[in-house]
Design a protein around this ligand. Structure first.
Ligand SMILES: [Fe+2]
Length: 491
């Protein structure tokens, strides 16, 4: 096989690779299709020489290639290795009544950040501000970067958009069956439209999404053989809380087997407790009805985790902090016992956190977002509606393409300031979410997507809102190789 053929086999399988891995496969005449198949079975999505060697190393008696994630054994490696957690998102902000000025500043910040991403694309050069196109009779090959403020479909099936920038607004028309990605457009998102202007109206030939570049996370590996675990939606206090999942999780961490010995970090993406008054009639679904008692129970869960493990916790919509995002980090009022613990790191939602950035080396960048915007986003985007609730990776991918965690105004409650915390300015190594209680572990352009499941069984409320619980799935990612694996605590 030539290098191009190997690249083609990997790309077809959704596997990214670095140059040395391709050379290795070609030079050693290795069966690329077999490697790709085995990698997918083990949920590996980035081929490096090391990954391919590990695949080849696993041969059974018949000589068949077999892949297993190598486990650390019972020894706790992580105990003897220093950890580092750096949260770069803002923790607090001043409380004041928000005015229209705050909303204007918020949208201006979003526009500027996403515009900067778009102009870095090779096919969006010299975008024209909308006021310069006003009344133009005929202008060809223009690029306009705008926020979609209105979307309609004409009776003939053409899309009629109102597009704005800071200088004005104009009508943009996408002719029926143009197939330029119009089905994934959502109100309030910012994209670049390319096309021609006729009598002040833009006829769209192409849409450029801000999108993320392909990430080569082989360059970002940390040296130490440590792992991070990703969980979410614990929901302590619910009648359906799965105590046996908590017990098995703690037993696994303390036992140090099946890879737990290298666990240095745990990230928890919100909904730590079931909360109180979150939906009508919730009281009947609660085993612990006092909100403070729920947090005491959650703290006890955290206190059971070995103290050499660094724990990052952000809130979700069931938690008793402000619902409007960015949700502030938990404080002593709700978590009096664990606030101040050296190994507990309380961050806001959304939260950017760097794990294991030590000795002057870059660590692994994790974008944690609980995911409250997901349900309304899935409902608003035709391409997500079909099975988006069961496949969280679809909405996660779409939000990475849009470079925004909650593009549609109203998809989540908002506390606007001059800084839009939902813009995905920096491409993370890992995108970790929760909320839907559906489990997903996928790779998109080299970014590891993790939609954590839950420690809660299916509830009547979840039936009503269309969430299908898939509890007890714990994701572990080895930070020195970025290899993910899954621990199933239910089956
Ligand atoms: Fe939840």
């Amino acid at each position: 096989m030539e290098n191009e053929d190997v690249v083609s086999v990997f790309l077809k399988a959704g596997i990214l690779s670095d140059k040395s891995a391709i050379d290795y496969v070609t030079d050693n005449d290795i069966d690329a299709e077999d490697i790709a198949e085995k990698m997918l079975e083990s949920k590996m999505y980035f081929a490096t020489v090391e990954v391919i060697e590990s695949v080849l190393a696993e041969k059974d008696a018949d000589g068949e290639t077999r892949v297993e994630i190598k486990h650390a054994g019972k020894k706790s490696i992580a105990k003897d290795i220093d950890g580092s957690v750096r949260i770069s998102s803002k923790h607090e902000e001043e409380q004041k009544t928000k005015t229209i000025t705050d909303f204007v500043a918020y949208f201006s910040d979003r526009y500027e950040k996403i515009k900067n991403i778009l102009v870095s694309h090779s096919d969006v050069k010299n975008p024209i501000s909308i006021n310069r196109l006003e009344g133009k009779a005929n202008e060809r090959d223009v690029s306009v970067i705008g926020i979609i403020s209105k979307m309609d479909v004409s009776k003939n099936g053409h899309r009629i958009l109102e597009v704005e920038d800071s200088t004005g607004s104009m009508t943009a028309i996408i002719m029926k069956d143009k197939n330029v990605g119009e089905d994934s457009l959502i109100l309030d998102e910012i994209v670049a439209f390319k096309g021609g202007v006729s009598n002040g109206t833009l006829f769209v030939d192409a849409i450029v999404f801000p999108e993320i570049p392909v990430v080569n996370n082989a360059d970002r590996k940390v040296d130490d053989p440590v792992s991070s675990v990703f969980i979410s939606d614990i929901h302590i206090g619910s009648n359906e809380y799965l105590q046996k999942v908590e017990d098995k999780f703690i037993g696994w961490l303390k036992g140090g087997d099946n890879g737990a010995g290298d666990v240095k970090y745990i990230c928890i993406a919100g909904d730590t407790v079931d909360g109180v008054g979150i939906y009508p009639g919730q009281k009947a679904d609660l085993k612990i009805q006092d909100i403070y008692a729920q947090y005491r129970a959650f703290e006890e869960f955290i206190e059971r985790i070995p103290e050499h493990i660094e724990i990052v916790i952000i809130p979700g919509n069931h938690d008793a902090v402000r619902l409007a995002e960015p949700q502030p980090a938990f404080g002593k009022d709700l978590m009096p016992n664990i606030t101040g613990f050296n190994n507990v790191h309380l961050g806001p939602n959304p939260c950017r956190v760097e794990l294991h950035g030590i000795d002057g080396r870059q660590g692994v960048n994790v974008l944690m977002y609980h995911g409250y915007s997901f349900t309304r986003t899935i409902d608003a985007v035709p391409t997500l509606r079909v099975n988006g609730m069961d496949k969280p990776e679809y909405v996660m991918t779409e939000l990475l393409r849009k470079r925004h965690l909650a593009p549609m105004y109203g998809s989540t409650a908002l506390m606007p300031s001059g800084d839009d915390p939902h813009v995905i300015s920096r491409v993370p190594d890992i995108f970790h979410t929760g909320d839907l209680h559906s489990f997903a572990l996928k790779s998109y352009r080299g970014v590891q997507l993790i939609s954590s499941s839950t420690f809660q069984g299916q509830t009547a409320f979840m039936d009503r809102v269309g969430h299908q619980s898939n509890p007890g799935k714990v994701t572990r990612v080895r930070l020195d190789s970025m290899r993910p694996s899954v621990l199933d605590l239910v089956n």
